[in-house]
Write a protein that binds this ligand. Sequence first.
Ligand code: NAG
Ligand code: NAG
Ligand code: NAG
Length: 303
Amino acid sequence: MPPKTDDGGWKKFLWNSEKGELLGRTGGSWFKIIVFYVIFYGCLAGIFIGTIQAMLLTLSNYKPTWQDRVAPPGLTHTPRSDKSEMSFNPRDVETYLPYTKALRDFLAKYDDDKQLDQMKFEDCGDEPMGYKNRGDLESDTGVRRACRFSRSLLGPCSGLDEKDKEFGFDKGQPCIVVKLNRIVNFRPRTPISNETIPEEAQPKVQPNLIPIYCTNKREEDAGKIGEIKYYGIGGGFPLQYYPYYGKLLHPHYLQPLVALHFTNLTRNEELRIECKVYGDNISYSDKDRYQGRFDIKISVNGL
Ligand SMILES: *[C@@H]1O[C@H](CO)[C@@H](O)[C@H](O)[C@H]1NC(C)=O
Ligand SMILES: *[C@@H]1O[C@H](CO)[C@@H](O)[C@H](O)[C@H]1NC(C)=O
Ligand SMILES: *[C@@H]1O[C@H](CO)[C@@H](O)[C@H](O)[C@H]1NC(C)=O
């Protein structure tokens, strides 16, 4: 049997009423400890807040500060599926419903009646033109107007006409709508020479336009893609929509769109198509499949 300990010992240590000690210390010494920690943590919090404040002062509301390594813009398309595959039967609405729904939802932003406000939008022309300067990023002129972009520019891919309500899917001639992702203050440059561009795409080069060109990705699909029609301003991305001033200064900004209309795809084959934009400062990366290009598999099934 261990010796029986003084059972009043612990209680006495916690609170010794005779000496007025808590955990073996007097009230005065507890007070000093508490004051010390309050000041200590107060200083830590002060240093922390001060550093964050100083950091925020160096940041601009309008321009990303740490953008010295801008990746060239991503090229994205609608409809977009997980594996970049689109497979449908023109005679079976169910098979293409998700694609036409995605297009309808996406294009709703571009309805003409959403672009009526003269304070928010302006016309920038239906032909490719040079950059539209709207003042300095840091200046106080406030919110900038956005260029209108009318759905009707997309022709049979606009979904506006009664006979094109299904964006060509019901005829086995699907449309895809493409945009370049926004990058604050990015000014895409047109190709400076024809040498960097595949020969078939060279006729698409014109002033003030970033051309887009699609072709078969695999050798064996050569000749099976058929004619691709390009709709939009000049069939590419016109420079008057750049630069973009960011969410705060350019809240109504609309990216210019290009619609690709695949009018004669070979049926019952999985076709792999690659689309690329060309420009002097647009490059491609092996790691990012959407940087300046994308590829998609399309199968049109049925007779
Ligand atoms: C593209 O060119 C513009 C100059 O016209 C330059 O300011 C910008 O940094 C360039 N962007 C890239 C990604 O090279
Ligand atoms: C590239 O070639 C096309 C036609 O082949 C021509 O219209 C265009 O002016 C050329 N562009 C340049 C920058 O040489
Ligand atoms: C569609 O492509 C086929 C070859 O795949 C060709 O024979 C036919 O003439 C093309 N039709 C049109 C309208 O271009």
